[in-house]
Design a protein around this ligand. Structure first.
Ligand code: 6R9
Length: 651
């Protein structure tokens, strides 16, 4: 960790809307006079009925409730579109950069986007969608993805976006869990010059057992590739749009009505459907986008995430559009066709703020500075980071080589569950330390507690928890409110458990140290070790599997799997390759194991619990008895010797 201080640059200090004193005062007021503060903030949205109540929330078991602006009504698509038409209807809302740099970019003004969204909302209604229905969106990074999200919001349907890199099995699981009636997809996606068979994946998913709730599939013609269409079920997007009216009154929603659900991995069980609200979420996405990035009309904003993750929801679509921003959407990969691509896009579209992930920076950093130097990047004023802890080396490279020491680095810590940034700098208000996400946002009562839940004041390290509700907080796990409570509010009763560890330094800066549970972070993507284990044990050769994270130079963490085979199965290269392929097919390429170690047995306590602490150490290559610690509580301590021997054999 680094303790160097990068003060607010003079130009930001002079122009930013919030300076150091204002940030501190705002924070204090947000906690001490919370109701007034939040009702005031709520005015940044357009309400049909403005709320008169702010938070009515409690994290205690007896009266567990999370509720914000409960008597307010609004529509999210109106806030992202209609209300901008008078003032900036002809301003660009979405700037789209295609995968292939030789193709022409597309742009949609607010007026055009509004018309498309209304049309598609009517198409959805024509396909039977009603308020409260779940609609699964499985699209590449094309403007139609934003259109689809906002069209759902317009009619009060709940969207569930599934990342295009997920397999048919993973897609089916997410469709089944929320009983989706409609899927919106494309013929194919494109990434780095390769085609992704999205429609074919949907067909496979819908043919699987129990995946029977879907009655219509809407298909965007993205590449023109030939795909079979099922009569009566499948509808071409362009054909339906050509018939649809561009007039669609927005459904008036309660602030607490779900806006969307988004599946994310946890430490146990299958992925959970994280449910976000209409009012609180939209306010949080919009407010944090403004506070962290100080957006001004005309700036080109680029969040280089995929709309399949929460970062894409909050900072490609909802936050920027609620703020009337020009949001850039990129179809492809940051390093294709060359390692300069991301910087070429910055130049081509005169990007003001770039928001990306540390894994992208590490991968590009490795290729050398020349790929950066061949571009200008003169338009850049601000750089953002999200998804995992940013190591100080990558931070410095981003700051010095990419931003030429001129752009503050906004390292935002948050989660799918939090809806938007929770701990982050503000460019005009926060002196930076490389690797620290700095201070909590307004209303975020962050605390560090020890293993028993006792608060650690001042300098110290422990579990990061949040002591009170904030507007962007998830409201429940789809169909499983009890799981919501059990997962987040029982480890440290009365507090929201983030699952992350953190250190607070002498100046009050927060440093996120990474997950303290069985979630691993691969290239900024969350993966539950249990999910990969379940996929592995479905293979006929596998008796048992245990998965842990391992340090990885580019991805942050890699996936390390210990596999015990059924009697008669032969460990070897061929089976290793087959298992890797198997996991990719079950979950998707993001879950590809980096290492598979065949193990005759796994280290278990006498009660049968796998001791992951030991497996993590062995995966890290730390195999000395001191590193492995006490193994005396294991049912069979000799298992560890076997694991160490076979680890050393292939290391
Ligand atoms: C937004 C997002 C959440 C987990 C989170 C933490 C890690 C995200 C971070 C960060 C350190 C940051 N994380 N941002 N760790 N510094 N700036 O990534 O959501 O996919 O749900 O992941 O990612 O471990 O708990 P999600």
């Amino acid at each position: 960790m680094s303790d160097d201080l990068f003060p607010v640059p003079a130009d930001w200090a002079a122009s930013a809307r919030i300076d150091k004193a204002a940030r501190a005062a705002d924070y204090q007021r947000s906690l001490e006079d919370a109701d007034a503060y939040w009702l005031e903030q709520a005015r940044r949205l357009d309400w049909n009925t403005p709320p008169t109540r702010a938070s009515e929330s409690s994290f205690d078991e007896a009266d567990f409730t999370i509720r914000w602006f409960a008597d307010g009504t609004l529509n999210a698509s109106v806030n992202c579109l209609d209300r901008h038409l008078a003032e900036r209807g002809d301003a660009v809302a979405i700037l789209w950069e295609p995968d292939d740099p030789d193709e022409t970019p597309r742009q949609l003004t607010y007026r055009q986007l509004h018309a498309e969204v209304c049309r598609f909302a009517n198409v959805l209604k024509g396909a039977g969608a009603r308020r409260g229905d779940r609609i699964t969106i499985y699209l590449p990074m094309i403007p139609e993805a934003a259109v689809a999200l906002l069209a759902c919001a317009r009619i009060g349907a709940i969207h569930s976006v599934v990342f295009g890199g997920f397999s048919p099995e993973a897609l089916a699981g997410r469709i089944i869990d929320c009983d989706s009636t409609i899927v919106v997809t494309a013929d194919e996606g494109r990434r780095g010059g390769r085609r992704v068979p999205l429609k074919a994946n949907v067909d496979t998913a819908l043919a699987l057992d129990h995946c029977s709730s879907v009655h219509h599939v809407l298909v965007v013609r993205a590449t023109g590739g030939t795909v079979p269409m099922q009569n009566g079920r499948d509808i071409w997007y362009d054909e339906a749009m050509a018939q649809a009216s561009a007039d669609c009154p927005a459904e008036i929603m309660n602030a607490e009505d779900p806006l969307f659900l988004l599946y994310t991995s946890g430490s146990t069980g299958k992925p959970k459907g994280v449910v976000h609200s209409t009012g609180g979420y939209l306010l949080w996405a919009s407010l944090t986008h403004q506070l962290c990035f100080d957006y001004r009309p005309g700036d080109v904003w680029w969040c280089a995430a995929d709309v399949g993750w929460v970062t894409g929801h909050s900072y490609i679509v909802y936050g920027p559009l609620a703020n009337g921003a020009t949001t850039l959407m990129y179809e492809g990969l940051p390093n294709w066709p060359t390692h300069s691509r991301i910087w070429e896009i910055v130049d081509r579209h005169q990007v003001h703020t770039l928001f990306t992930a540390p894994t992208v920076l590490r991968a590009l950093m490795k290729e050398g500075d020349a790929f950066v130097h061949v571009t200008s990047r003169a338009s850049l004023r601000l750089l953002g980071s999200v998804g995992e802890p940013i190591n100080p080396e990558a931070w410095r490279w981003y700051h010095h080589v990419v931003g030429e020491d001129r752009c503050p680095i906004i390292d935002t810590w948050w989660q799918t569950e939090t809806g938007g940034a929770m701990i982050a700098p503000m460019p005009g208000a926060t002196d930076l330390k490389p690797g620290s996400a700095t201070f909590p946002m307004p209303g975020v009562e962050a605390m560090i507690v020890d293993g028993e839940g006792r608060p650690i004041e001042g300098e110290g390290e422990g579990n990061l928890v949040i002591a009170r509700s904030w507007p962007g907080q998830m409201r429940t796990v789809w169909n499983d409110h009890d799981r919501f409570f059990q997962t987040y509010f029982t480890t440290f009763p009365g507090k929201y458990t983030t699952g992350d560890g953190a250190r607070r330094d002498a100046d009050g800066y927060y440093w996120i140290t990474g997950r303290v549970d069985d979630v691993i972070n691969v290239s900024g993507h969350r993966m539950g070790t249990a999910e990969v284990e379940s996929a592995l044990v479905l293979h006929s050769a596998v008796a048992e599997a245990a998965v842990v994270g391992m340090p990885h130079e580019i991805k942050g963490q890699g996936i390390y799997a210990y596999v015990t085979l059924n009697a008669g199965e032969v460990p070897g290269e061929e089976l290793r390759r087959a298992l890797i392929q198997w996991v990719r097919a079950e979950i998707g390429p993001i879950a590809t194991p980096d290492v598979i170690q065949f193990a005759p047995g796994l280290p278990k306590t006498r009660s049968g619990k796998i001791m992951r602490r030991i497996l993590r150490k062995i995966a890290e290559g730390e195999v000395s008895p001191q590193a492995l610690g006490d193994t005396s509580t294991l049912a069979d301590p000799s298992v560890v010797d076997d694991l160490v021997r076979s680890r050393l054999a292939f290391a």
